[in-house]
Design a protein around this ligand. Sequence first.
Ligand SMILES: Nc1ncnc2c1ncn2[C@@H]1O[C@H](COP(=O)(O)OP(=O)(O)OP(=O)(O)O)[C@@H](O)[C@H]1O
Ligand SMILES: [Mg+2]
Length: 401
Amino acid sequence: MSAKQISVLLISPDEEIFAAIETSLEGLSNCRFTGRKDTVARVNGTAVALSARHDVVLFDVDDSSPELLQTAQQICDARMPNAIIIALASEDLPLEKARQLKKLGVDDVLPRNAIHEEIIPQVDAIRARRQAQLPAVWGGQATLGKLIAVGKSRGGVGSSLVAANMANELQSKAGFLKKTASNSVALVDLDFQFGSIAALMDVAESDAMWRMAMEGSIPDSAFLEQAMVKSPCGVDILAAPSRYGPLTAIKEEQISAILDSLKRTHDYVVVDLPRALVEWITPVLTQADRLYLVTDVAVPSVRSARKLMDFYQAENPALEIQLVANLEKKPIIPAAHHRAAAKLLEKDFAFWVPRDERTVRESVDRGVPLEDVSSRAPMTRAIRKLAHETCLSLPPRVGQH
Ligand SMILES: Nc1ncnc2c1ncn2[C@@H]1O[C@H](COP(=O)(O)OP(=O)(O)OP(=O)(O)O)[C@@H](O)[C@H]1O
Ligand SMILES: [Mg+2]
């Protein structure tokens, strides 16, 4: 079968990007490159018409332009049915603007200065997938996996249990005996000092994270390949270190690099956050597509949840936070303390996970997901529902499977 012809359009006044992309596509049969060495505003009118005729559209975003969002909207509206639209922006593009661009339908916003680290590999990956005869399943959606953070209002409230079991359920297993995972899922235990994910998922602890922290190295894909372990249920785990290290040893850039890398290789990256509000959780908060905050409805926990929500939101005003009430069955009629909690939190609980001592006990003792203990237990069902709704609102990468 001959590979599908794809066309790439680049609108950018940046000489360096222009030359780099043109060179990277040069000589490739089945790939047509069209470029306009100018800003979108200056080629306005034609920018939209051109965008409507290309499979991959890369356009430079002028952060200071008042028409930025309007132009992006026009380009997205004009796109061909499966086209991929990528905005190239300065590193300082406000997060709010990046999110607005994504809401308009831009598939990805990449930093303009990361030509060889981000832009070229991304264009290359799209081209390779397109030409591998996958147009029918390609929905023109994001090429990166979704990042889901899990936080907790107090120690021991059940956040690791929720994170681990949600990660298992996000695989959306299908087929004979539900053994085939539809989505690839990574689970990162950032509870650097007290992580329990390795035990919950029955994998060996590793000192890879500890070495990374101590050596100050920036993790790359080779590091992750070596540091990650596949759990028996199929989730790829980056476990917390087997020995103690100071929390301050980890740097933001290291966490950023881990997340960037995993989002390229997995449909979902679930992060179990530490309770400590250390600086290096910032990349998680800025990159997260959603944060589940696990709490119980006791007054001290709710108060602490409120404070945490304010902190998280200050770090990233656009972050979507959903509250998970653990150890509580969803009340048919909310009692006074449920109403008081929702009032203090100014938000309703999105999910309720009932207390289920027996199933949890067996799952923790055997190191297997709740699903393997009982797929019909109320707690298993509650977490399955949470994962299912996550898949619906944050779909997996398209064209990967
Ligand atoms: N829904 C539940 N039903 C019964 N027991 C539960 C439930 N959720 C949590 N637990 C109990 O709480 C314990 C702690 O859970 P988990 O380790 O997930 O909490 P955590 O918030 O991650 O704690 P840490 O602060 O140590 O990280 C579990 O081992 C289990 O015994
Ligand atoms: Mg934990």
